[in-house]
Design a protein around this ligand. Structure first.
Ligand SMILES: Cc1ncc(COP(=O)(O)O)c(C=O)c1O
Length: 356
């Protein structure tokens, strides 16, 4: 079966060399030397002052929301993975959905401006598929309303916007390093900010609220281990090659797929990371037919993201026509650091044949 993605695994020997260091230090978790090394390297690589490694991208969102003390209405995107909305609800906030721009599939300043009100206590949107809208404008709006701007950057590792790391925008950004992500630590995530006070608060929250050894504030366990940090340190050295292979694969798809397939438009200021290959089909019926033809040929694409989050049964929200429409027609095609030309060609041929 050709799945929508295939996790990257480095040569076992490379990982074992890090395991040997863990056996020497006998330090398995709780701010061990590998974790400290990974945090330092990624802070530099991603051009952020504070990089806080945590257990996953969902806890990263929850810690960011908690540390900012958000409650009440938070403006958010309906076009993301369910973790974005769930984190808000889990932290006791009410998600208010702003519709997406039909080109970038992100919430841009126009949609934020249309939906923002006196009740809005914060903004949480997603750099979906590593794309983004007018980030400078969004910062201006958040500042004018004196509310924090959180970016769910789960898809955006290594993306640059206007020649700066995308994680340097907003009050705080998060990322996911799940095994299916372009850069992974098996399970893992991060919170990134240039705000010293916020970073200190998040570090406390990550570790049971420890202030001193025996003095506590409110907190949870969001720490990650030396074994996960080791995978990150190895995988970071492979990231340029992983990105290059995926760039090549996307180029092959782009050549083979044509009308009436719509490909995602990236903002002109974005330097991509080639993390996903979403296509937008003319109708949901076409999408369902194409999925069954691909499945017959042992190819498993993914309806990512479906459904539009404002339509989840746990939620009562206004309609978001762009997001609802795109969610019904978008399909992510197989893409990985190992995908071969014949595999891409097989997928593209099945899709183009459907429209002949
Ligand atoms: C946009 C988005 N946000 C958050 C998450 C959650 O990340 P994790 O799986 O590391 O908890 C994901 C995971 O796929 C995601 O795609």
């Amino acid at each position: 079966m050709l799945y929508v993605t295939k996790s990257f695994l480095p040569d076992l020997k490379e990982y074992v060399s890090y395991l040997e260091r863990i056996w020497q230090s006998n330090h398995l978790t709780n701010d061990g030397p590998l974790l400290v090394e990974l945090e330092k390297k990624l802070a530099e690589y991603l051009e952020v002052e504070h990089f806080i490694f945590v257990t996953n991208g969902t806890i990263a969102l929850q810690l960011a929301i908690k540390a900012l003390g958000l409650s009440g209405e938070v403006l958010t995107t309906p076009f993301s993975y369910v973790a974005t909305t769930n984190s808000l609800i889990w932290e006791g906030c009410t998600p208010i959905f702003a519709d997406i721009d039909p080109q970038t599939l992100t919430v841009t300043s126009k949609q934020i401006q249309d939906k923002i009100s006196q009740q809005t206590k914060g903004i949480l949107t997603t750099h979906v598929y590593g794309n983004a809208g007018d980030l400078d404008q969004q910062e201006i709006i958040a500042k004018a309303h004196q509310i924090p701007l959180i970016y769910d950057g789960a898809h955006a590792f290594g993306v640059r916007y206007k020649n700066k790391s995308i994680f340097s925008y907003g009050t705080v950004s998060t990322c996911s390093f799940h095994a299916t992500k372009i850069f992974h630590t098996v399970e893992g995530g991060a919170i990134m900010t240039n705000d010293q006070a916020l970073a200190t608060k998040i570090k406390g929250l990550r570790s049971f609220g420890h202030k001193e050894d025996d003095y506590f504030d409110i907190g949870i366990n969001g720490k990650n281990s030396e074994f996960h940090a080791a995978m990150g340190l190895v995988n970071l050295t492979h990231f340029p090659a992983i990105k290059a292979h995926r760039k090549w694969a996307i180029g092959v798809y782009d050549q083979l797929l044509d009308n009436p397939i719509i490909k995602l438009q990236f903002d002109a200021n974005i330097e991509r990371n080639y993390s996903y290959y979403p296509i937008i089909l003319p109708s949901e019926e076409d999408l369902l037919n194409i999925i069954s033809r691909l499945m017959e040929a042992q190819v498993k694409p993914r309806r990512y993201f479906y459904p539009s989050l404002n339509t989840l049964p746990i939620i009562q929200a206004d309609s978001c026509p762009n997001s609802e429409d795109i969610a019904k027609r978008v399909l992510c095609l197989p893409l990985s650091s190992k995908i071969q030309e014949e595999e891409i060609s097989k997928v593209a041929t099945i899709i183009m044949k459907y429209f002949k």
